[in-house]
Design a protein around this ligand. Sequence first.
Ligand SMILES: [Zn+2]
Length: 330
Amino acid sequence: MRAADMHCDTIYEIYEGYKRGESVSLRNNSLHLDLEKMKKGDYGIQNFAVYVNLKKTENPFLEAMEMIDIFYQEMKANEDLIHVVKSYEDIEKNWREEKMSAMLTLEEGGVCLGNTRLLRDFYRLGVRMMTLTWNYPNELACPNRIVTEGPDKGCYPDTEHGLTQKGMEFLEEMEDLGMIIDISHLNDAGIWDVFAHTRKPFVASHSNARALASHPRNLTDEMIRALGERGGVAGINYCPAFLHDWADGETKKSMIAHMTGHMKHMKQVGGIGCIGLGSDFDGIVGELELAHGGKLPMLEAEMKRQGFLPSEIEAIFYGNVMRVYRDVLS
Ligand SMILES: [Zn+2]
């Protein structure tokens, strides 16, 4: 089954490799994803995130620009297999020509330094989706969790700090440009601001259901319902911590049955149309039953076994995500 995956951190891993003086290729490597594994897994389109950790860089804009260069170098070196897409028509063209598609995305709105001119420059460079935050506050918004120390030590959803004025400006600009807003990593208050201040569908590229795994990175049932009503999609994340609530001492292992469990829940709450794939490959740690991209057909097999209809499997594997791309990318 052809697949559309909305999020991976493979370009970041390749970038880290370059910084260590190792040459890691997108075509064939020991990461979760490479082009050969993608081909084996029947990938139609993969989003490649430029991920920047604000606490590890002095210059997030520069780091993003370097990673975008790596992305394009890899695209050039592998143009027999994969092409960059900037529009829905580009994706259809690649499918007709039996090429895989790559969409460039940003994971950390802070790389724009709060400047909409830089946002437009990133769009010109091919960026078609952006998370407003990663796990730290930036000029636009606040991240999903409040981490507390001391006796109440824990990790709680942030329901208070909504988008900044700059964040609102960015929403408007992204909708005008045709860049898909990604609410993964954003906090609860910010997510509701996005619902209130946008008109088009948007995505949570790699987030699961909080009802099944209580991490604040996941979406509440209210959010899943609202996302479904908006025509948006949430991509199933394969990370053990976002799939299940683990007891202390339990070995965290991402199981395919966890993923289908989240799919069933989301279908019940937001309808079949709001579910997609957002593996988070090369951005997650822990043991994974679906160990790499080449094993994606295992997910299809489990969905069949669990009673998903062929039309539902198709919708989750790529149909729903394609609908959002058709609706938003200009
Ligand atoms: Zn992420």
